[in-house]
Design a binder for this molecule. Sequence first.
Ligand SMILES: [Zn+2]
Length: 412
Amino acid sequence: MKLEIDQQRLLSEIEALAVISDAELPAVTRIVFTPTDLKARAWVISRCKEAGLAVRQDAIGNIFARWNGADPAAPAVGTGSHIDAIPNAGKYDGVVGVLGGLEAIRALQRSGFRPTNSIELLVFATEEPTRFGIGCLGSRLLSGTLSAEAVAQLKDGNGESADEVRLKAGLNGNLQDVKLPKGYYKGFVELHIEQGPLLERAQISLGIVMSIAAPASLRISIEGAGGHAGGVLMPDRKDALCAAAELILAVENAARSSGEVDTVATVGVCDVFPGAMNSVPSRVRMTLDIRDTDRARRDGVMQTIERASQSISARRQVTIQRELLNADAPADCAPEVRAALADSCREHGFPFLEMVSRAYHDSLFISGIAPTGMLFIPCRNGYSHRPDEYAASDDIARGALVLAESLAKLSG
Ligand SMILES: [Zn+2]
């Protein structure tokens, strides 16, 4: 089998998809189920059909493009990622795994390889949390991590439910049917940019993921008392923003004092009400994102933050409410998928780094229902979720090649 990646074609497809965006190049904005996103989805589907793949969509909009194997009833070997993008993002996050996965399949077709198990490209729906406040809706439903009822009720910023939005997008099926039966996939591999600087620093072009960090996210609402910035005397204040400031530093401190580099915590949103220069802030809403490769350690950090929040609330006489959006378990990548990736790297003489994924991916949820692995390629300066996100052409092609080789091993 002689495998060759059509690097030119893969790159021109990445460029073509980047143009289907609600932002000016090089920025990419593609919020799920907007007209732009629907256009991008249709474009990807047509590329898959062109490759002779059988395409279907489920009720939440996951796209499955299948190359039937000699034994079509046997569990499939899957690969894929996402094409939705947060506002002002880059061209490569998710897209490398989708178009790289498609090119891997085409390379296998050209080589004359005939799979025993079907090989399936999966484009996950609504990976980014931008629209519905929680990420990976497609893979959460596929894996049964989240119920159809819970997903249907999620609302976007305009108060439209996920159910209404997907029906408007022409996805009429039953959300209950999205969950995949056990044994649907024999193995699953996601190709992705690292979204961190480690590969680049090590000057190694490929990373095999050992485990995916567990994210937890919360909404926090602080209620104090407002008033005139001149009139309310300092001893009488119940300033919600001052309480928030203390809490944000407590969050940073809790993560730092875990003693492990894998523990990270971030407050990424902080809305202040009423937001006037001459008014004491009466209300703050913020978000909290905590991740770790060890669930117990992450939960310990959450408890430390909770204790800090109770003490701040008592001392400053403000109420602090927390709403847990998700607290997912971390995942270990499957030994057989890691071995397929490592063998493929070795056969080509490509060095690789074994690493942790600190960002979470659809693979985190798919790992609950199938042996799953991830292959990383470097991205410049570790930048992601910004317009100057960049992955080198050779790295993308190398990733697609190792992916193709691994899919062949898993479906042989
Ligand atoms: Zn991604």
